[in-house]
Design a protein around this ligand. Structure first.
Ligand code: HMG
Ligand code: MG
Length: 302
């Protein structure tokens, strides 16, 4: 299959990236990061998470952050909403898309959201209905689609089953997520094909973490089977508080560098993303995990 001409890159750094940082990041820094990402040209930025602040303290300022960002018309600002309390928060904050997040692994579902897969789908039912009633986009995210830190192997059938349930809840988009970054390209193509048998391939997305260094290869493998939406995190920020050892999402700069090199359009200005990455890493006091980002930054300095 020919590669798609155009890809939507969803920037998830402000949520998936920052949620794992131990030190509380000031609201103003989060806001500047998001504003820089908006200016870079993303059409979708995962901005916030309305979850228990006991579980994920870094996201406790989500409402303040969403109130202060400078929104660009046409850009969708997404927020995670595990239940109705989360949905209320996201609505009050003016999110354009809400994300229900489940898992293809029973064990991970319990650790991450404290309920079984079955119970999670029941909780999501009300969230989905309310999202639709308010005219919000609804995205479903499926963790541990390629392996689980607690149960190990996750069968493709389990992924397909959750895809079907999320489709039936009315999701506009469904993320197939490699939470701990263990997937490899052929496996990715097989799982994506199973998911695409249940849901339109053009509305599936690949959410890859780079723990084992497979993320770019997995994105390329996904492109070959028709996936045209990918999540990435500026500077490769991140990890998951409930997936020990998981490193960040694939770095946005690396994904853009590869896609642009392939002649795939993204509408995103790589140089501006490099600047945003350098900005947040200056604040965090470490070097970015983005290979392309660091290379481009040092070439400029050079
Ligand atoms: P629970 O303890 O089962 O829920 O948690 P509960 O309804 O019994 O409530 C317990 C307490 O939490 C109560 O407060 C509630 O008010 C509060 P208390 O009375 O003890 O003071 N609470 C909330 N507070 C704020 N917002 C809410 C909310 N709901 C309840 N929405 C719950 C269930 C889902 C809330 C909890 O397990 C939780 O917050 N988990 C966090 C999960 C999370 O954010 N994980 C990281 C994001 S997922 C991810 O990163 C993966 C992804 O990137 C894809 C991938 O890579 O795989 C998406
Ligand atoms: Mg993630």
């Amino acid at each position: 299959m020919a590669l798609p001409d155009q890809v939507k890159v969803v920037e998830v750094g402000p949520r998936d990236g920052l949620q794992n940082e131990k030190e509380t990041i000031p609201v103003a820094v989060k806001v500047e990061l998001i504003d820089r990402l908006t200016a870079s040209g993303f059409v979708n930025i995962e901005t916030a998470s309305f979850v228990s602040s006991k579980w994920v303290p870094q996201m406790a300022t989500s409402a303040e952050v969403m109130a202060a960002i400078r929104r660009r018309p046409g850009v969708v600002y997404s927020a995670l909403t595990p239940n109705m309390k989360g949905l209320d928060g996201a609505l009050a904050a003016g999110a354009g898309e809400v994300v229900i997040f489940g898992s293809a692994s029973e064990a991970f579902s319990q650790k991450n959201i404290n309920c079984s897969i079955e119970e999670s789908i029941e909780r999501f039912r009300d969230v989905a209905a309310a999202a639709r009633a308010h005219g919000l986009r609804l995205r479903g995210s499926i963790s541990c689609a390629f392996g689980c830190p607690y149960q190990g192997v996750v069968p493709a059938d389990s992924v397909a089953d959750v895809v079907r349930r999320m489709r039936d809840l009315g999701c506009d988009e469904i993320d197939i997520a490699d939470t701990i970054g263990v997937g490899t390209p052929l496996q990715v193509q097989q799982v994506m094909a199973r998911a695409a048998a249940e849901f339109p391939v053009g509305r599936l997305s690949g959410h890859f973490h780079d723990t084992y260094g497979q993320a770019l290869a997995n994105i390329y493998a996904s492109l070959e089977v028709g996936i045209a939406i990918f999540h990435a995190s500026v500077a490769g920020l991140g990890g998951c508080p409930y997936a020990k050892g998981a490193t960040g999402n694939v770095a946005t700069e690396d994904v853009l560098y590869m896609l642009h090199g392939l002649g795939v359009r993204t509408g995103v200005d790589l140089d501006a993303v490099v600047d945003a990455g350098q900005f947040i890493m200056r604040h965090l006091g470490r070097k970015a995990a983005s290979r392309a980002g660091n290379a481009l930054a040092s070439r400029r300095a050079g």
